[in-house]
Design a protein around this ligand. Sequence first.
Ligand code: XLS
Ligand code: NI
Ligand code: NI
Length: 438
Amino acid sequence: MKTYFSTLPKIEYEGKTTDNPLAFRYYNPDEIIAGKPMREHLKFAMSYWHTMCAEGTDMFGVGTLTKNYGESDPMASARAKAECAFDLMDKLQIDYFCFHDRDIAPEGATLAESNARLDEITDLLEKLMKEHNKKVLWGTANCFGNPRYMHGAGTAPNADVFAFAAGQIKKALEITQRLGGKGYVFWGGREGYETLLNTDMAKELDNMAYLMHLAVDYARSIGFDGDFYIEPKPKEPTKHQYDFDAATVLAFLRKYGLDKDFKLNIEANHATLAGHTFRHELATARINGAFGSIDANQGDYLLGWDTDQFPTDYYETTFCMLEVLRAGGFTNGGLNFDAKTRRGSNTPEDIAYAYIAGMDAFAFGLRAAVRIIEDGRLDKFVEDRYASYNTGIGKKIADQTATLEELSAYALNMGDVKTNTSGRQEYLETVVNRLLFC
Ligand code: XLS
Ligand code: NI
Ligand code: NI
């Protein structure tokens, strides 16, 4: 069958000396690195919304490419889209995909019609997944695009909107479960506010948490044993998104007793919008036992919005993979390319170049992160930096057996602090550079 991506060859690993732009230079899916194949370390996923649906529209202009896959009827287009998605995943050697309900099947006039359409496309996806040996990384519901969600979904001031969102989420959970997805994402969508003049923030947060509890309880009742994720984002589309950053989300999850079922889906561009590095957000998730999955993309430091660019920064991908390895690798999560080609890059080849660039950046990052860990200098430096907590008064602090009186007596006796060694930041940056580009 001829598809949108028919002109593309299968992308193979050719090594870092290749000049072929339609080849991988670092991603060699079955190569064993640090004990397992690269494809298992990286668990790349295609985002259905950007790759299969987005047409390059922005607020200044209509799309620059069409993604109706040669069909004018919306359901025929959805079926053709599915065929093309699997063709592309085969060609890029991507094993997983992520989707919103409305990405895979167009919304109908009623919830019942939308659900019936989802059933039909889910049948098709199930068949294609078997044929092409592909898996769902996570599913979700688009509770932000339709005008009914203009004031939010779970945080809407209108109970009918809350109920509609609940109905939509119930169905999205069912299809995610049916397709074997091990993750379900809540990205805030329009869960936030523009002004406190019209907003009851406490009620909105209580309601949002309640909706999540309902989702967890229902999903567990139908046998979903995967992870729920919240994907933090500080702003856009609302001025104040409730899921601002990892720390805010952790506080929310703990307050509402959702922390057992939820982990975090960290997106690079959302981290930078929150004024954090990608690595900071990943580390915050990791040290709180909440590292789950990743939306792999990058922003632009000069722009204040979610540009969702394909990730090409080798430092960022290296530090990301360092965090992933330190977290013990992915369990149910993976690297979802929540990324789109620029509006001016409007051909099927551009999509291939973009994925190759992103996959190679993370494959490089994995290789470099393994080198950093095996080299050991960074870990050793950090360990030594805190060595004063291994003996004497430091050990008592570490064991939390010291009293304030005892510490005061110790300090009075000390005179002043005599040893405070250099943090050696520039040296450590040089070590990283040498390991990256050796
Ligand atoms: C938007 C989000 C969105 C989620 C899925 O900024 O990144 O794409 O990943 O709803
Ligand atoms: Ni995302
Ligand atoms: Ni985003």
